[in-house]
Design a binder for this molecule. Structure first.
Ligand code: C5P
Length: 295
């Protein structure tokens, strides 16, 4: 039965680890990554509309047209089973774009879930995942929802416990980075084999956090820092100021640092705000998407 509206809360993610293994024949790369949802949220409200898609959002820096992943998600899922139906979508943004925090992908996953629910389309998990991957490499993770290792393009997901403690500081300089540019950069060093040992050590460390030292790496960090030295300066500062773990998230430009509790995180946040960067204090989240309201 069709509801009058659905509200979905869509979280950001950070990549606690990111290894770019090899270039594939389809132009994408095989990666191995650790996705962790965090408590920075966009809110999406979806209502039925007559036969078309309308999309609005409160961030004027984002295109709210057919190039937006929310639009693409609505278009694809309505094409699946929603023949003749339309939706009106409004998005309240908190997750910055071009940051490597997966905001657009999370919103797209929220639209898929929301529209499926709104019209009771009953599209099953595997079909939803297939549609998600058509939208973008990170979208399947947000549908999957829990902390996970992502392989392939990021869509082969293995559930892990992830972080369940600690305070995370996210810092974003006023720079937007194209994921495509980072992956296509000729200076990108491919590791040519899965991380295995390094990944296992990190996963063991996450289980023992905050008692066990954590180490990570992000294959995209070197090319990003090479082009955007400000990102490098943020990473040096985060490491120097007592983070238990710090890294670039995805292809950036957001960096994150993990602390045992709020104390140091708040101090370093103020330092970063003083440098003119945007900064958020967030916490690990257990689930990426939450259906808030069905009217
Ligand atoms: O899948 P998505 O559209 O988000 O990816 C954006 C770009 O990032 C792709 O066009 C591709 O160049 C690059 N990419 C990649 N390998 C991945 C994910 C993304 O090469 N696993």
């Amino acid at each position: 039965m069709t509801a009058e509206s659905i509200t979905v809360r869509c979280s950001a993610k950070i990549n606690l680890y990111l290894d770019v293994i090899r270039r594939r024949d389809d132009g994408y790369h095989d990666i191995e990554t650790v996705f962790q949802p965090v408590t920075l949220f966009d809110i999406i409200r979806i209502e039925p509309a007559a036969g078309s898609i309308t999309l609005t959002g409160d961030d004027p820096g984002i295109s709210w047209d057919s190039s937006n992943l929310c639009w693409k998600a609505a278009d694809l899922i309505l094409g699946e089973d929603g023949e003749g139906r339309g939706v009106s979508i409004s998005v309240r943004k908190s997750i910055p774009a071009g940051a490597g925090l997966g905001g657009g992908s999370s919103d797209a996953a929220g639209v898929l879930t929301g529209v499926n629910e709104l019209f009771g389309l009953g599209i099953d998990g595997p079909r939803m995942m297939k549609t998600a991957l058509e939208i973008g490499s990170d979208v399947p993770f947000f549908l999957f929802g829990s902390p996970a290792i992502g392989r392939g393009r990021g869509e082969l997901l293995e559930k892990i416990n992830g972080l369940d403690a600690g305070t995370i500081l996210i810092v974003k300089p006023d720079i937007n980075i194209s994921t495509r540019w980072a992956f296509q950069n000729p200076n990108l060093i491919l590791t040519r084999s899965g991380g295995g040992h390094r990944l296992n050590r990190l996963l063991g460390g996450l289980r023992g956090f905050p008692d066990i030292a954590l180490e990570t790496s992000n294959s995209l960090q070197e090319v990003v820092v090479g082009e955007y030295p400000e990102v490098g300066r943020i990473l040096v500062l985060l490491e120097r100021e007592g983070a238990r773990l710090s890294s670039l998230s995805g292809s950036g430009s957001a960096c994150f640092a993990l602390y045992e509790d709020d104390t140091t995180a708040l101090r370093v946040r103020d330092l970063m705000l003083g440098e003119g960067h945007s900064a958020w204090i967030v916490y690990p989240a257990g689930r990426a998407l939450e259906l808030l309201e069905r009217e």
